[in-house]
Ligand binder design. Structure first.
Ligand code: ADP
Ligand code: MG
Length: 490
């Protein structure tokens, strides 16, 4: 509108003079009745509008009006010429200077985002590929060797399990026996009786060349747990007195069904859960059990660097049924079917792809209210510490103080039903913020009062406020040392 009036003023002020020298000019714009006009001067004017548009007008002046020809402002300009149709191809502004800004904007914002997305997709793809490759390799090694029975007794010879494990585990870079030997050992195991049933399979006592071994037989629908335990035991140096000793893993195909075996050291006392049903302990043994579990947990939680190193591992299903009691009354942690691994280098978190979830009764509040930061490895360690506190509480109940002892009970036995639902647990742990009851008698004993303090610090609602496994280990070792010192003084 503004332009139009501008041009009308311009034209109406141009006097109409008939002169001999006139030119045919290109006419373009709202004022033209035809594509051409005739005048003394051909002109082009351009005006820069918002949104990078150029408003261009071509036409002819009938008089010599050079001031208008030379008019130039920061957003408009006119040019004149003096020959037939000389104004046809004249352009003054190019859109370039105006479009530069959005191009710059594209470069600065869109391009890095696109680049980042492409890289992220590439990395995810590569990561997935690598993971698949290593899994495939592991599986292939486990399956392919299988049906040929390549390794005969001469490879294994008259070795005892101890010899075999010593040979392979102290010299090799891996954590256990080579797959070949694993397979051979597995095929030579004779099954005895079933000693335990977990949620995902059965555990049998078996014998291998006269020695007891435990054979965990997974149901084929829980292949992921078998795979995870096999993977963790085979990729990680996990030899530790407080972690269940791994011997072999085997997958066979018999009668069109898949059999998945995991062979470990056998512990006659069974799980801590079984043990506490049948036995009571004195404060010293109570401390020994608690210390040994935390030592195992610290070994899992820490990352060890170097060729003989290991990634950090969080257990994610710590409970008295997944802890075994050895003949020396130390515990070892078992059942790594749900574990996650983490390497600081590149912040690599391997969650595995097991659909299984931990045991509801032992779930930390952040798991129950689903606020847990699933992308952070620390979160998983913090849930282990919560569960550790509950296990210590179970042990403490079975500890005799001044001749008094409680019956064995699982955590939250008094506030949730036998097989609690997720909602039952959530109500108790998150909404009502209840914690297991601590009997008054526990403060009468040094060990139990120290353990009470620790368990309370494992049960903070806020995961980051909880003690770390390492801190608990240090505190308990100090307590153990001071008790031993006192004993020597007496
Ligand atoms: P799941 O993955 O099915 O839960 P676990 O490894 O937890 O299996 O074992 C289930 C039960 O079997 C344990 O609670 C324990 O009673 C018994 N058990 C497992 N491993 C051994 C072992 N090495 N020696 C003796 N008993 C074992
Ligand atoms: Mg278990």
């Amino acid at each position: 509108m503004l332009q139009k009036s501008l041009w009308m003023i311009l034209f109406w002020t141009v006097p109409s003079v008939t002169d001999v020298t006139s030119y045919n000019c290109t006419c373009e714009g709202g004022h033209c009745s035809e594509n051409t006009c005739n005048g003394k001067t051909c002109f082009v004017t351009e005006q820069l509008l918002e949104k990078n548009e150029i408003h261009r007008v071509r036409g002819c002046f009938n008089s010599d009006i050079t001031e208008q020809c030379n008019s130039k402002t920061s957003f408009s300009e006119a040019r004149c010429c003096y020959s037939n149709f000389c104004n046809a191809d004249i352009t003054i502004y190019t859109i370039k200077e105006k479009v530069e800004e959005p191009v710059g904007l594209v470069l600065v914002t869109v391009l890095p985002v696109a680049l980042f997305l492409i890289l992220a997709i590439l990395f995810t793809f590569l990561f997935w590929k690598l993971r698949r490759k290593s899994r495939k390799k592991l599986l292939a090694r486990l399956i392919d060797f299988g049906n040929e029975d390549i390794v005969n007794a001469s490879t294994v010879g008259d070795s005892t399990l101890g010899d075999l494990l010593d040979d392979y585990c102290t010299t090799g870079s891996g954590s256990g026996l080579p797959f070949l030997v694993q397979r051979t050992v597995a095929r030579q195991v004779t099954l005895g009786e079933c000693v335990g049933k977990g949620r995902y399979g059965e555990v049998w006592r078996g014998t291998w060349q006269g020695e007891n071994v435990a054979v965990k037989i997974f149901s084929s629908r829980d292949e992921q747990s078998w795979f995870r335990e096999t993977e963790i035991y085979n990729t990680v140096l996990l030899r530790h007195e407080n972690i269940l000793g791994f011997i072999a893993s085997d997958m066979t195909s018999r009668n069109s069904s898949t059999q998945l075996w995991l062979i470990t050291h056998y512990h006659d006392n069974g799980s801590l859960y079984d043990y506490l049903q049948r036995n009571t302990v004195d404060p010293e043994s109570c401390l020994q059990l608690a210390v040994s579990i935390i030592c195992g947990l610290v070994h899992l939680h820490v990352e060890i660097f170097g060729t003989q190193g290991k990634p950090a591992i969080a257990h994610r299903d710590l409970k008295s049924r997944n802890i075994l009691v050895k003949s020396n009354k130390q515990c070892c942690i078992a059942d790594l079917g749900l574990a996650v691994m983490h390497c600081q280098n590149g912040d690599y978190l391997d969650i595995g792809n097991n659909p299984r979830v931990g045991t509801k009764r032992y779930m930390a509040p952040e798991l129950l209210d689903e606020t847990i930061r699933t992308d952070s490895f620390e979160s998983y360690k913090q849930t282990d510490v919560w569960a550790y506190g509950l296990v210590v509480w179970e042990i403490c109940r079975r500890t005799i103080i001044n001749g008094m002892v409680e019956d064995y009970r699982p955590p939250f036995y008094d506030v949730v039903p036998h097989d609690p639902s997720f909602e039952d647990m959530k109500k108790v742990v998150c909404v009502d913020q209840q914690r297991p009851n601590v009997p008054n008698t526990w403060c009468l004993d040094n060990v139990l009062s120290a353990l009470t303090k620790i368990m309370r610090e494992c049960w903070y609602q806020s995961p980051s406020a909880r003690l770390t496994a390492l801190r608990i280990k240090k505190t308990l070792n100090n307590l153990k040392n001071s008790l031993e010192q006192r004993k020597q003084e007496c």
